[in-house]
Design a protein around this ligand. Structure first.
Ligand SMILES: NC(=O)c1ccc[n+]([C@@H]2O[C@H](COP(=O)([O-])OP(=O)(O)OC[C@H]3O[C@@H](n4cnc5c(N)ncnc54)[C@H](OP(=O)(O)O)[C@@H]3O)[C@@H](O)[C@H]2O)c1
Length: 280
């Protein structure tokens, strides 16, 4: 199976490249294929003739998107439209990676794939626009929504480990609930799905619910940092530009009924991730 990856230098992209090493795979970053350039995107993808395109490239700066909506729409909506058009041209299956931020976080329980989207942030709106555009163009489409992603790159776990070495006290938001998910587990889901023809929308998050505050405490507990004090704060006190969903854990309902729910409790996965980091 020939696989083309967009966003190969990102967190998820790097994990996909690592897993697909030694297979027939083309890894593209923005230098090789800027997805906002339609001509180039169609050229690169159709020349390679992949069986599957895993589209993980995105404008992921949630607060930055509030100040630069045009850039965010260009990459997440138009860029996705370009990738989808190329997939249609060469008959490739497409995986579009999306986010829990397409929900408003007011439902009061974990969101399944059939719950109403209602993004509140520009980032969430642009990612939903990408979903809609891809659906209009490609039939052989997997939309895979994930949340609070961490792997090799800039992420909350890395930031906590770094700040934990520099500060004695950290104020962390304790009123946003979600589920941390590792790129390793997400990659496993994507690679299983592309073997199938179970096209559609999937939620793929680790099992369980936490807040950023409890997530931070767990990171320090597992990594043996007993010096830093984690202090609870509210979203309002933090005052970030982009609104975030208050409660957006994802229910992996469709995964459960197709390939089986292969996700594991988030604490277990975090422990493994920190173990690997310790041995690096
Ligand atoms: N991070 C999260 O917490 C989270 C949560 C839910 C869903 N997601 C979704 O999961 C996917 C992967 O996220 P991630 O955390 O791995 O992202 P990331 O680390 O921020 O990487 C995104 C990649 O997108 C590429 N990119 C940006 N603009 C591009 C353009 N115009 N053309 C081509 N490539 C471009 C960048 O490539 P270069 O480095 O080559 O410039 C970058 O490496 C994204 O679709 C994201 O929306 C992420």
């Amino acid at each position: 199976m020939k696989i083309l990856i967009t966003g190969a230098n990102g967190q998820l992209g790097k994990e996909l490249v690592r897993r697909l090493h030694g297979t027939d795979c083309l890894a593209t970053g923005s230098a090789e294929m800027n997805i906002t350039d339609q001509r180039k995107t169609i050229q690169v993808i159709t020349e390679y003739e992949p069986d599957v395109v895993i589209h993980s490239a995105a404008y992921t700066n949630v607060d930055g998107a509030e100040a630069n909506p045009d850039v965010a729409y260009k990459v997440n909506a138009i860029g996705t439209q370009n990738v989808a058009a190329a997939c249609l041209k060469c008959g490739a299956k497409m995986v579009y990676v999306s986010t829990d931020y397409v929900f408003d976080g007011t439902l009061g329980r974990a969101y399944n794939e059939f719950d109403q989207t209602n993004p509140q942030s520009v980032y969430g709106k642009t990612k939903l626009a990408g979903e809609i555009l891809a659906k209009h163009i490609v039939n052989k489409l997997f939309i895979v929504r994930t949340s609070w992603l961490y792997g090799d790159g800039n992420n909350f776990v890395r930031t906590m480990l770094k700040l934990g070495q520099e500060k004695e006290e950290l104020r962390i938001v304790n009123d946003q609930y979600g589920c941390p998910t590792s790129t390793k587990n997400l990659t496993e889901v994507i690679l299983r799905l592309i073997e199938t023809e179970h096209y559609g929308t999937y939620h793929a998050a680790s099992i369980g619910v936490t807040t950023w505050y409890d997530f931070a405490k767990k990171i320090f507990q597992i990594s043996g940092n007993s010096i830093v004090e984690v202090v609870s704060q509210t979203t309002q006190e933090l005052g970030r530009p982009a609104p975030r969903p208050r409660y957006s854990p994802l229910d992996n309902l469709m995964m459960e009924h197709t390939i089986g729910n292969i996700m594991r409790p988030w604490e277990e996965v975090l422990e493994e991730y920190l173990d690997t980091k310790r041995n690096e």
